[in-house]
Design a binder for this molecule. Structure first.
Ligand code: FAD
Length: 297
């Protein structure tokens, strides 16, 4: 099933993101965790590709396993910045062979060793080039792109970032998923600006449940996202107590999700970080809401 068809349904849905193992020794534990999340039957799941220093080797394996065993629609990530054309084409061919229908097309972060090098020698510079290539592959992939309510860190301004985002959609992105946001108002302001700029595709907010005090600094460092004082107080008070922090982190994420649904957003993507108990905790608290059709309201 294509992700865009799920997003165009007028019902409240939730999707989960997982990441593949970094080392072969972790493969079994990651497979098991991702299967437990798939067994919860989210609207779809996404599997990252080499994010945060991780590997790209097992992305398709982990995705195929979930799709085959649980029939959960899958979105497979692909980055291009540190790859050759040949390597990207080989990965597209592997996705085709595995029957993958949905691709999140990303540039990826520029690795340290490429910083300052001559860009004219790079095969790819931006995600839009990968999106064009996917479109030209003739595979009829449904394509997602990333977007940044708090502006991509390399962009000189939000206006410029949105202009480039519009080009990415024009290149063929069917929908967009946001970087993690902890303050819904930032998402709503961004969505308003996108619509004003003529970006009309579905925009899925990304919510990261922080259930461990140590995650906070890393999440801010990787995403650059604003952490509201309300959330900082939770971490200050409960960060040292794992069970209390888990409950408080889930409650904060659920609060954000309900506010998004209440304001007309239908699909929300949860960065579930291979934690089945967190995914289950969120779904459990939304059982009276998910799947309901609120289009007539
Ligand atoms: P782009 O869309 O190419 O944008 C990058 C920058 O270039 C922006 O500042 C943009 O404004 C600018 N720009 C775009 N086009 C042009 C142009 N033509 N001329 C000048 N400037 C331009 N990383 C991973 O490694 N693996 C993953 O699986 C992964 N998944 C992610 C999922 C989501 C939902 C998000 C939000 C991010 C994810 N990332 C992942 C991180 C992502 O790769 C980085 O944020 C990266 O720095 C930018 O990727 P992009 O696809 O948004 O790039």
């Amino acid at each position: 099933m294509k992700i865009i068809d799920i997003l165009n349904r007028k019902e409240m849905t939730l999707s989960f993101e997982v990441f593949p193992p970094k080392k072969e020794t972790a493969y079994e534990s990651v497979r098991e965790a991702t299967e437990r999340i798939a067994a919860l039957r989210p609207a779809f799941m996404s599997v990252t590709y080499g994010a945060g220093g991780g590997t790209s080797r097992y992305t398709i394996d982990i995705a195929k396993n979930i799709e085959d065993k649980y029939q959960v629609p899958l979105l497979v990530h692909l980055t291009c910045i540190s790859s050759s054309k040949e390597a990207v084409r080989a990965q597209i061919a592997a996705m085709r062979a595995a029957g993958i229908r949905n691709v999140m097309a990303l540039r990826g972060d520029i690795p340290d060793e490429m910083q300052g090098s001559d860009r004219s020698g790079w095969d790819y510079h931006y995600a839009s080039e990968l999106i064009r290539e996917l479109k030209e592959s003739g595979d009829d992939f449904c394509i997602g792109g990333a977007c940044y309510p708090e502006v991509h860190p390399e962009s000189p301004s939000q206006r410029e970032d949105i202009r480039r985002l519009k080009e990415k959609v024009e290149a063929g992105a069917d929908f967009l998923t946001t970087q993690m946001v902890f303050d819904n108002n930032l998402f709503f302001n961004f969505l308003y600006k996108l619509r004003e700029a003529g970006v009309t595709v579905p925009v899925v907010p990304g919510i990261m449940p922080i259930t461990n005090g140590n995650q906070v600094e890393r999440a801010i460092r990787l995403s650059g996202s604003f952490m509201p004082q309300r959330f900082r107080s939770i971490v200050d008070r409960f960060g040292h107590d794992p069970e209390a922090m888990r409950q408080a982190g889930i409650a904060y994420a659920v609060d954000q999700i309900i506010d998004l649904y209440a304001n007309g957003i239908t699909n929300i993507h949860v960065y579930s970080m291979n934690k089945p108990e967190v995914a289950a905790g969120i779904l459990d608290r939304l059982s009276g809401i998910l799947g309901k059709d609120f289009s007539g309201m």
